[in-house]
Design a binder for this molecule. Sequence first.
Ligand SMILES: Cc1cc2nc3c(=O)[nH]c(=O)nc-3n(C[C@H](O)[C@H](O)[C@H](O)COP(=O)(O)OP(=O)(O)OC[C@H]3O[C@@H](n4cnc5c(N)ncnc54)[C@H](O)[C@@H]3O)c2cc1C
Length: 154
Amino acid sequence: MELQRNSDAPTIVKIEKIIDETPTVRTLVFSDEVLSNVLPGQFAMVWILGINELPMSVMISQEKGKAAFTVRKHGIASTELYSLKAGEQIGVRGPYGNSFTIKQGKILLVGGGTGLVPLIRLLTFLKKTDDVTLLIGSKTKNEVFFEKNGKSNS
Ligand SMILES: Cc1cc2nc3c(=O)[nH]c(=O)nc-3n(C[C@H](O)[C@H](O)[C@H](O)COP(=O)(O)OP(=O)(O)OC[C@H]3O[C@@H](n4cnc5c(N)ncnc54)[C@H](O)[C@@H]3O)c2cc1C
């Protein structure tokens, strides 16, 4: 069952862990029971205090009750989000959006950059017996990330 909360008011969460994925992409992990349970493909609105609010796909975390965002530094707001340190706070609203139809059998997933986030979450919803291929697109080799997530779930 999907957990609900007032989607008009941001919930303040504290960044607990930061994972460097590439020189321009980071994953920020935080505790939030609602976002830890979202369906693959859903997103949250992330309030970077004093700057702006951005839509971000909700990434998986291996730990129960934890959620994460994987952000590429780009414009002002995403660069501010990318630059936050562990212990600093963000506001989250949501989840919003629809999920994928979960299929079974032989499955091909194709994505690139932070567009991979919903696909990595989708991997955790597929059966171990499914024959899954994940194709990762990237401008350069240095910008490839989530390779391990793909291998461990395929
Ligand atoms: C449903 C949804 C989910 C999203 N999930 C993620 C996510 O998981 N991780 C993430 O990092 N971002 C995600 N985004 C994109 C994110 O919301 C911001 O648009 C992005 O972080 C840039 O915001 P900004 O304000 O820093 O840059 P802006 O000031 O908005 O952009 C600066 C310039 O960069 C261009 N630009 C912005 N984003 C991109 C891009 N991705 N590729 C090429 N050019 C671009 C803009 O057109 C503009 O010219 C998602 C967007 C949507 C709608």
